[in-house]
Write a protein that binds this ligand. Structure first.
Ligand SMILES: Cc1ncc(COP(=O)(O)O)c(C=O)c1O
Length: 207
């Protein structure tokens, strides 16, 4: 996927970007304020919804390969009108599961029926793939609903040089940019300069 600058918000790390997407979309007073994701889950996905809304995420189970069951998600979306965000994380932390193309397409077909629900597609581990796994993004199918999350910590092992990004639909991305501007202002200048120098030298990176 390629995005124009108006659809990208750069933040001090992917975790920070995740928080700002949630803050923008999951208003405490909104009737739609629940986040759904799949067990086992990266710790911050457990904690950030609680910090923002007082409610934990809804955790759907996965199978023995740590893959979600799209039918369970379909049932949930049909009966629960409080869902604001679905978080997909592939390649996954902590399980290592990589969602195959067919699964991504099936989930896109289901979530696409609910245009009022957003998706955070956490793709921070997209460059860390083993065997024959391919990275697929649900943003390819649902660009108007998906916020892709990425960052330098995993992409190029720049853990301490905090820089992450979220790319998604323009209107909400502009609101996330306002949150970013009011909370962090920007990623610190030495980190920006460092990546601006380093990234163009790595021909294998397709950012
Ligand atoms: C799945 C996942 N998403 C996001 C993050 C956040 O990355 P960072 O700590 O660089 O903000 C992590 C960190 O371990 C992670 O495992």
């Amino acid at each position: 996927m390629t995005y124009p600058p108006s659809q990208i918000v750069v933040c001090p790390g992917p975790k920070d970007a995740f928080f700002k997407v949630c803050l923008t979309i999951m208003g405490q007073s909104s009737l739609r304020n629940r986040l759904v994701t799949f067990a086992p889950v990266y710790e911050s996905y457990q904690n950030i919804p609680v910090l923002l809304t007082g409610q934990p995420p809804i955790l759907l189970p996965t199978d023995r390969h740590f893959l979600p069951d799209p039918k369970q998600l379909e049932d949930l979306l049909r009966r629960d009108q409080t869902i604001a965000l679905i978080v997909l994380n592939s390649p996954n932390n902590p399980s290592g599961a990589v969602y195959p193309l067919g699964l991504i397409q099936e989930m896109a077909g289901i979530i696409g029926q609910h245009p009022e629900v957003g998706i955070i597609s956490d793709e921070v581990y997209r460059t860390i793939l083993y065997d024959d796994h391919q990275h697929e993004s649900i943003a390819t199918y649902l660009p108007g609903q998906t916020f892709v999350l990425g960052g330098m910590s995993k992409e190029i092992s720049g853990t301490g040089f905090r820089l992450g990004f979220v790319a998604g639909p323009e209107t909400i991305s502009q609101t996330i940019a306002i949150v970013e501007g009011n909370v962090s202002s920007c990623v610190n200048l030495p980190t920006q300069k460092g990546y601006a120098h380093f990234l163009p030298q790595d021909a294998n990176l397709q950012l």
